[in-house]
Design a protein around this ligand. Structure first.
Ligand SMILES: NC(=O)c1ccc[n+]([C@@H]2O[C@H](COP(=O)([O-])OP(=O)(O)OC[C@H]3O[C@@H](n4cnc5c(N)ncnc54)[C@H](O)[C@@H]3O)[C@@H](O)[C@H]2O)c1
Length: 373
């Protein structure tokens, strides 16, 4: 698919029978949305839910790129930040849709990071029992992870993602031009998930990520595109095998059992991807401690996440609180925490149980490593 600049859009298919959809990746691809959504969608009434910062920075470019939709498109600007994943904001979107007479034949577009995608996705999957959805992720984290796989949701009181659905989009369109305006902290956050995919992949790709870490921070377009394509392909493959997380999809939770507890303990004053990086470090130590990862591999595999430079917030975490939080995680079964652990690159073990003292050891080592990094 050539785009406006003559470049080719890369295509990855998420294979889910009748629910299959493409992920299209390329700089400047937003301006081709009209053609890409197909005849059946071109005359629909559309609501684009847009992250406030994205609108502020890219608003003019977005309206210009979407001018082919003429008066069929409305814009709902979302206040940036995790707090927008709430019932209050959801109600505002429903009211907007009802006031403006959106019906079942309308289309919702989520244009922003994971917050916009999760909230707009939940709205799309529940409004009038479900209307079609398109994701246009604008953060690295959303491009490599949250826009793919159909998880939607909002937070309930202080509990993250407690209310949600599985709702596969019709299309994920990744215009890499958006990523150029991301603050460094957001790149660092997306990197947590990128690193996760590197362990799930093979040695060649793992070495590629390690070698190009600095270029990812510099937002080098070619490298960024490569890591998005690779990450999205891995996620698409996993989701195609296990849409609703009954087995294989758990592999995507590498580092996340620890990460979710870190986020709760720090009152979500830490970015998700950064918590994942710290979670991966703790998981590597845990894997070594329980004997599934050699010392040589441990030292080698720690290099990549440690280069991502952890925030000092991690070495103040209270280990007992983290331990208890992990036991009450919604993925824990009857009080037993199950971990996803790396035993080698491309070799990930699911549902691994660990003793309290092993978990404490892994946390302690992660904290020491964080303090030194
Ligand atoms: N559904 C899933 O499978 C899944 C997976 C992982 C994470 N998540 C969720 O995703 C959310 C985190 O997503 P996120 O990290 O994208 O956060 P986010 O949506 O809050 O975006 C991060 C920040 O970047 C800004 N921003 C977005 N695009 C920008 C751009 N192009 N230029 C400049 N600034 C920009 C936003 O305004 C915000 O301040 C969490 O709520 C998490 O629970 C969902």
């Amino acid at each position: 698919l050539p785009n406006n600049n003559g470049n080719t859009l890369k295509k990855i298919k998420v294979n889910l029978e009748q629910k299959s959809y493409p992920i299209l990746i390329g700089e400047g691809s937003l301006s081709r949305l009209y053609e890409l959504i197909g005849r059946q969608n071109q005359n629909k009434k559309i609501l684009a839910v847009i992250d406030g910062n994205v609108e502020r920075i890219h608003g003019k470019l977005i309206t210009k790129a979407l001018k082919k939709f003429k008066n069929n498109i409305d814009y709902y600007i979302l206040k940036p930040g995790e707090r927008s994943k709430s019932f209050k904001e959801l109600n505002k979107i429903y009211s907007y849709l009802i006031d403006k007479k959106f019906g079942r034949d309308s289309l919702l577009i989520a244009l922003g990071g994971g917050v916009t995608g999760d909230l707009a996705g939940y709205a799309a999957s529940t409004f009038m029992r479900g209307i079609p959805l398109i994701h246009i992720p604008t953060t690295l984290l959303a491009a490599v992870d949250s826009s793919i796989g159909g998880k939607t949701g909002i937070n309930f009181e202080s509990k993250k993602n407690m209310i949600g659905t599985f709702c596969q989009p019709e299309l994920v369109l990744i215009d890499t031009a958006f990523l150029q305006t991301l603050p460094k902290a957001e790149i660092k956050s997306g990197l947590g998930e990128v690193i996760k995919y590197a362990y799930m992949s093979d040695r060649k790709y793992y070495a590629f990520v390690e070698k190009n870490l600095e270029k990812i921070f510099q937002k080098d377009l070619r490298i960024t595109e490569e890591i998005i394509i690779k990450s999205a392909s891995i996620k698409a493959g996993v989701v195609a095998h296990d849409e609703k997380e009954s087995g294989l999809r758990k592999i995507l939770n590498l580092g996340h059992t620890f990460a979710h507890a870190f986020e709760s303990e720090l009152n979500f004053k830490i970015k998700h991807g950064e918590a994942v990086t710290a979670g991966i470090i703790a998981s590597l130590y845990l894997a070594n401690k329980i004997g599934i990862l050699s010392l040589k591999n441990l030292n080698e595999f720690l290099r990549l996440p440690l280069k991502a430079n952890l925030s000092d917030k991690f070495f103040m975490l209270n280990k007992q609180n983290i331990f208890e939080l992990m036991q009450s995680d919604k993925k824990a079964r009857s009080g037993k925490t199950k971990f996803v652990l790396v035993s080698n690159i491309g070799k990930i073990l699911l549902d691994v149980e660990a003793e309290r003292k092993e978990i404490f050891f892994a946390l302690e080592m992660m904290q020491r490593a964080a303090a030194k990094s």
